[in-house]
Structures are given as C-alpha cells and as structure tokens.
Design a protein around this ligand. Structure first.
Ligand SMILES: Cc1ncc(COP(=O)(O)O)c(C=O)c1O
Length: 484
C-alpha cells in the first residue's frame, strides 16, 4: 500500500494551529448576533415540532430524553427518521448534511446499500447471534491483520470502551505493573479507570461521579504533548508499582482536537521501551478512517496493543475490539494454547456473526472504494473552504483537519485547561454555550456537526455536497457578532 492511500494529504502545521487556537482563546467570545440566534430558535419552534414532542415525551421515561451523548443538542434534540449516504432526515421531514456520522463509524456514508445487503444475507441464513463460533470471526481477524501487521492476534468485543478495558487488563496481566498513563483531556470510553482527566486536561477525578477512588487510583494523566511530564510519571512509577501501559489516540486527544507533532508517537514509543511499559494505540476513531493501515501505518509506529471501534463494523452494532502482540493478547485465553494466567473478558453479544460479517464487508468496501482517501479529500475541501470563509469574514476562528476528521473551533472551549484554573472555571460555561449555539445554528441551516465543533466526512461527501455545506456554513458565519 503506498503513502497516498492515507487520508492525510499533508500533515497539519501543528505549531501554527496552536498559535491560532491560543489567539482564539485569548480573545473575547464572538458568538452569533442575538437576532440571528433568535431566528435559529424560531427554526426549532416552527420546523421541529414533532422532534420536540417525541423527545419531551421521552424525558418522562428516558433520563434526559435521549440516550446518546451526541444527541443532547441545544435547544432540544431532534429525532431522526431516515439516513442515506450523506444525508439525514428528521421526523418533521427536514434534510441535513450529516457530518456527525454517528460519531465516526459510517465512513462509507449512512445506510450504505452494498453492506446492508451482506447483513441481510447473514440475517436470513443465521440470524444475528448464536453464541458459538462463526467463520466470519476468523475472516475479520485475518483481514485486520492483513492491514495492520502489529495485530498478531485479535479479539472482537462490544464497543471501544470494552476494547480499552480489555487492553488495559491485558497490559497489567502481562507486565504485572500497575499504572496506566493517559493524555489529559482524552476520551477513551467510560470505564471506571478512564474517567480521569476527561475533556479538560488536569481535571483528574472531576467527572468521576459514582466511581470509587480505587477505580481511578492507578490512572495518571499528563498534559497533552508534554513528553517531559510523561517521563516524570514513568520515572516515579518505577518505585511505586511500575507503568503497565501508556494509552493515547495517535492524532491527539478527542480525534486530534489537540493535535500532536508528527514525531510525538515515535517519541512515546521510545519512552515506553525505555521504561518497559506497553504502548496502547486507541484507534477507535483513526482505525481505517486514516487509511486501512490506521494511524499506526501513517505514523510508522508499532504499538503493542491497538483498540478498535466505530469503523470496524461500518456502523453496525457492536463495534469494538483489541489486538496486538500475541504474547500479550493470548492472556485472554485460558488453558490449552493460552498463557495459563487469564485476564477475564466476556460479553454475550461480543463477536456475534452480524458484527463480524458487517465488519468484514465494511472493511473490504472501504478498501475497494478507497473510502479513507476519498473521505480525506472531502475533509480537505471542507477545511479549505472553511478557512477561506473565516479569512474573508475576518473571524478569529480556526479550521484544520487530519483527513476526514475536520475541526472548526469557534469558542475554543476544547482548548481550556487547568494551567490557568481560575480563568478556565470562569470561561468554561460561556464558551461551552457558544458552541451549543453554533451547533444549533448549523443544524437550523441543514448541517449536523459533532458538538458544534467537529465533523467527520465520508465516501458519500461528493464535491457538490461539500460545496452546498460551505454555502450553509457561510450563511451561519456571516451572522457572527462584528461581521459587517
Ligand atoms: C478515541 C475513543 N476511544 C474510545 C471510545 C469509546 O468507544 P465506544 O463509544 O464504542 O465505547 C471513543 C468513543 O467515542 C473514542 O472516540
């Protein structure tokens, strides 16, 4: 596979991005003009009545009314009825360009017909689940290994969260060491040990409600990109139980919201080797989105363990897995062929035939259609267009991308951290509210984003789709305070 099979056409100038982001965060907020925001709220009142009725009713029985963290939208969630390729339609018949992509898995576009047919075939012959072995478990594992040579053995699981839990358990079993170090702010699913330093670097247990101290006491965070802080943890851990693993997203936490310098992953690999810790790549987002060889292929760094999710089943349930070194991963199997010392993992629906068939054909289709590259080109086009609008309108906003992962920072909320705790605590709420408003305004203009600041592009995003999206973004961004 040649270099140009990766979605990133040119690695972003990370220093320049941080300069722009720092400038954004040091300025007063530039929200939508109040009359524009009023028009957005009127859209919801007049055009989304059925969504409101349904989600209001749901609040009586479902905490918060909706169940997916990405569905908690301002001013209220919308209910989706139909999904096809680049578009979603809500229950009131409004059409949207879908840059949420269910949080990342539908890189082939929504409800991709060739994949759906393979799933139907399986359902007709076998149904979704038997609890016994199915040939496609083997086919999927082999396929993943063919793309990523670091995957000597693979275990399918139910979600990215489960994949992370399993990877950490394997790392501790294998190394017999205690600590797991993550990057501050990173999201690695919602297991007890990973609800630590969540979203805002330096916040430790702030979000760890309902989790006993013991649940996070062997987790540590280091400030994004600070190799010296990571080294400090590794040195200190030597005398207090050792470091089992360092876990990171290779493009930087939260899909690269805080991007990493190109050589960051290689330097972390070196540190792990120096201190005898395992390196876990969380490729839940980047796995197959950056290219069939994943971020590890792009950066040329071999992790000990890799966690998968999202694209691994092309949007079908249940998307998760962990793979890597045979001597580490084989701790999941007891008895004959296993290590004798078993790290316990399970799951009634793990590795069910439906997930494995969906995963196998999704990956085959991504490879056949060159989806990572095409989605990456759509991401480039979207980003270039956004940068052009931002410059023309004289806005302090920042747009950049890593292939099909596109960031549009307007409030800079994701860049706050506890280096300056007083300011952060003061600014967190208003900056967060601004991106809620931006997300609402994009939605009212036919664009669905992830939390008003991130977008995933897909195979279905033709030039025409992206150009239509850019027109819609321009309509919204023209209504920012201070734009003439
Ligand atoms: C980087 C990363 N790791 C892990 C997870 C958790 O995966 P899941 O939602 O499948 O449990 C996510 C989910 O968004 C993620 O983005």
């Amino acid at each position: 596979m040649s270099e140009q099979k990766y979605a990133i056409s040119q690695y972003p100038d990370v220093d320049a991005i941080y300069q722009q982001l720092d400038a954004l965060v040091s300025q007063p907020l530039r929200p939508l003009k109040r009359e524009a925001m009023q028009a957005v709220l009127e859209y919801y009142d007049s055009k989304c009545a059925r969504s409101k009725q349904l989600t209001d009713e749901a609040k009586q029985i479902i905490p918060g009314g909706v169940q997916h963290n990405l569905a908690f939208n301002y001013p209220f969630p919308i209910a989706i009825e139909k999904a096809q390729d680049a578009h979603l339609w809500d229950v009131d018949g409004n059409r949207y360009i879908d840059f949420l992509q269910a949080g990342g898995p539908t890189m082939l576009g929504s409800n991709y017909a060739p994949l759906r047919e393979k799933v139907f075939e399986l359902l007709r012959s076998c149904g979704p689940v038997t609890g016994l072995f199915h040939e496609f478990e083997l086919k999927l594992a082999r396929l993943i290994q063919s793309y990523m040579p670091s995957i000597e053995m693979f275990r399918m699981l139910g979600s990215g969260t489960e994949g992370v839990m399993a990877a950490i358990r394997a790392a501790r079993t294998f190394t017999k060491k205690k600590y797991v170090i993550k990057v501050g702010g990173a999201y690695h699913g919602w297991s007890d040990g990973m609800i630590y330093g969540l979203h805002v670097p330096g916040t430790g247990r702030l979000e760890a409600k309902g989790i006993p101290h013991g649940g996070t006491s062997a987790t540590q965070e280091f400030f994004p990109n600070s190799l010296s802080a990571l080294r400090r943890h590794l040195i200190l851990n030597r005398v207090r139980g050792g470091t089992a693993a360092v876990i990171l997203e290779p493009v930087g936490p939260e899909s690269g919201t805080r991007p990493v310098p190109y050589d960051f992953n290689r330097k972390v690999r070196e540190l792990c080797d120096e201190f005898g810790a395992l390196l876990i790549f969380d490729e839940v987002v980047t796995g197959f989105r950056l290219g069939m060889r994943g971020a590890q292929g792009y950066f040329g760094v071999k992790p000990d363990l890799t966690v998968f999710g999202k694209c691994i089943t092309g949007g079908y349930p249940m998307a998760g897995g962990v793979g890597g070194r045979a001597d580490v991963v084989s701790c999941f199997a007891a008895g004959i062929g296993g290590t004798g010392e078993r790290a316990y993992i399970g799951g009634t629906l793990s590795a069910n035939p439906l997930s494995c068939v969906a995963g196998y054909y999704a990956l085959k289709e991504m490879e056949r259609t060159n989806a990572p590259l095409i989605a990456g080109k759509a991401g480039d086009r979207l980003t270039a267009g956004l940068q052009n609008i931002i410059t023309r309108l004289g806005l302090p906003f920042v747009a950049y991308n890593q292939g099909s992962i596109v960031h549009l920072e307007t409030s800079g909320v994701m860049l706050l951290d506890l280096h300056n705790p007083i300011r952060t605590l003061k600014e967190l709420k208003p900056r967060k509210h601004m991106i809620e408003e931006m997300g609402a305004a994009y939605m009212a203009n036919g664009l669905i984003t992830l939390a008003g600041s991130r977008m995933y592009t897909s195979l279905a995003d033709t030039d025409a789709v992206i150009d239509e999206a850019l027109n819609r973004f321009e309509t919204v961004l023209s209504c920012i305070e201070g734009v003439k």
